[in-house]
Write a protein of this length. Sequence first.
Length: 195
Amino acid sequence: MENQNESTSVRVLCRKLVIIKEGLQWLIGSPFLPQFTIVSTFKCIHSLSSNPLSPDFSKESDDMRTLVPKGFEVIGALIVGRSSNSEQIASETIEVSKKLRKFLYDDNDGGDLENRGLIGAAVEESNGDVRFFLSRSGNLDRIECVGSVVYEDQPEKYIWERGCLLRCELPIKLPLYYPANSPKGNIRAPTRALM
């Protein structure tokens, strides 16, 4: 039972979810971090109509390819300012994020695209709380409410400990010139400066 609770948690690494006004926000994660870890959010820029759940997927995917760095991806969506039925709204946000993922990653991921877990979130109008829902396989018929949401106090430390970093050491050979008649003491000073 404990493992199931852990697997139904969402970890938020953003300092604070910036919820300014009504609209759709994309949730950004990384396959290198644990599943359902939100690293950042991006506001949906292009909508087809006054309905925030109708983005222009072609334009939005072009912008997202530019804005989202390599190694990060859209893992869900959050909607602000809709009806009070959070579960229905979360289902719609999961569907919208699934469509955007098809535009963004269809050529790269192949069959794996349909089986990705997605997050749908809705802000409750009454109290401003964010409710998260999960679809483990992208299936809209099987949406579950998130048991716990962990807001990380030190997101930099979390990413540093679990993220993928590249460490590179390049040996540099510098010529050291000194006069042949110089005593050994004169050689030590430049070598100490290099180390």
